[in-house]
Design a protein around this ligand. Structure first.
Ligand code: WQD
Length: 342
């Protein structure tokens, strides 16, 4: 009997890539999204890639408790992967209540519905942002979390605690896995799905590709006076398809009863620190182009350096990032050209 996975926020950047991998791994998937932060491009792209024209889509807001309960009553949900949340760091600083209300309410509604159906496997989309500015790198899952530098980051920390407490109180009915992503970048090799930021991109790679295609005038590299080899910040950039595959490993771990604790946490990264300048140079080299960029002042809230020790996910889940930065940046550029009709 096929297992069914609900992907909340499944029309978004990460949700759509995870949906492709789940379908290709033999799971049934229900995509639920309110399209507040994306359009239908990636949902349509998922259907093209997988050939699943019948892919169920529920257009709904996870802040609507009645709609969430109806969703759980309509489908035999064996696991839920929760992406539905706002994720712009800067916007969360300007509008904290919008972020707390949306990101916490939507997750609480999912957990309540899961409890009411007698239990479920819940996979939460967390973030390395919970580590703040780590005292040492690479970070492991035992690295202490630090006070978040933004309301967005704080909602991730709070949702981790909410899941842990709900699992603990559920007497085995709820199982949870927290996946802490580092920096997801790139696009599906088909160039039919990828990152689609609305307005001016906050994140580095979409700003790079939009500059290269001519949508943006010039990339500003925020700070080249950091205590790092080339003065720019270090991050763990993980290919979006590698990241998506980690979700299949995690869901399978839950559904096959392989978990060692009722609530587990895994870093999902490459373990490979890359600087902003290295990424820009790699993008230019692998795509054979010159990028217009300049050095600008530091961006408030940025951490100097963070990258993962992914060995727990490697050993416990058997998952490992395999794509090179070059492959990822090639795919990111192909996606941007696809969007421009080139
Ligand atoms: C990476 C580096 C910037 C843009 C955030 C969230 C995280 C995750 C990914 C949300 C930094 C530099 C960026 C630009 C630049 N989730 N940069 N010029 O801040 O590491 O992580 O996004 O989507 O939870 O915290 O990612 O891509 O914004 O920045 O120089 O135009 O690129 O200063 O050093 P970040 P990012």
């Amino acid at each position: 009997m096929k297992k069914t996975v609900l992907v909340s926020g499944g029309a978004g950047f990460i949700g759509s890539h995870v949906t492709v991998e789940l379908l290709e791994a033999g799971y049934d998937v229900v995509v639920a999204d309110n399209f507040s932060n994306c359009d239908r491009t990636c949902y349509e792209g998922v259907k093209q890639i997988t050939g699943r024209e019948d892919l169920p889509l529920e257009v709904m807001d996870f802040c609507d408790a009645v709609a969430v309960k109806a969703l759980f009553a309509k489908y035999p949900i064996d696991a839920v992967i929760h992406f539905a949340a706002y994720k712009a760091v800067g916007e969360s600083v300007a509008q904290p209540l919008k972020y707390y209300k949306n990101n916490l309410t939507s997750f609480l509604n999912v957990l309540e519905a899961a409890q009411e159906q007698g239990g479920c496997n819940v996979l939460f989309s967390s973030s390395a942002t919970v580590y703040g500015e780590p005292d040492s790198v690479p970070v492991t899952e035992a690295t202490p979390r630090k006070p978040a530098t933004s309301p967005y980051g704080n909602t991730k920390t709070m949702c981790e605690d909410i899941l842990r407490d709900a699992v603990k109180a559920s007497e085995g009915k709820l199982k949870g896995i927290l996946l802490r992503y580092f920096n997801p970048i790139g696009a599906h090799p088909s160039a039919l799905i990828g990152e689609l930021p609305r307005g001016v991109p906050n994140n580095l790679v979409p700003f790079i590709t939009q500059t290269a295609i001519g949508k943006r005038e010039c990339l500003s590299i925020f700070g080249n006076d950091y205590p790092t080899p080339d003065g720019t910040c270090l991050r763990d950039y993980i290919d979006i398809v590698d990241l998506a595959k980690a979700h299949v490993f995690a869901v399978t771990r839950m559904l096959e009863g392989k978990m060692k604790q009722a609530c587990e946490v895994f870093n999902v990264g490459t373990g490979r620190p890359v600087s902003v300048l290295e990424l820009v140079n790699a993008f230019e080299k692998v795509n054979g182009l010159k990028l217009n960029y300049k050095f600008a002042p530091r961006r408030p809230g940025d951490v100097t350096a963070i990258w993962a020790d992914p060995s727990l996910a490697n050993t416990e889940m058997g998952w490992k990032a395999t794509r090179t930065v070059e492959e990822t940046l090639k795919a990111a550029w192909a996606w941007e050209k696809h969007l421009a009709g080139k």
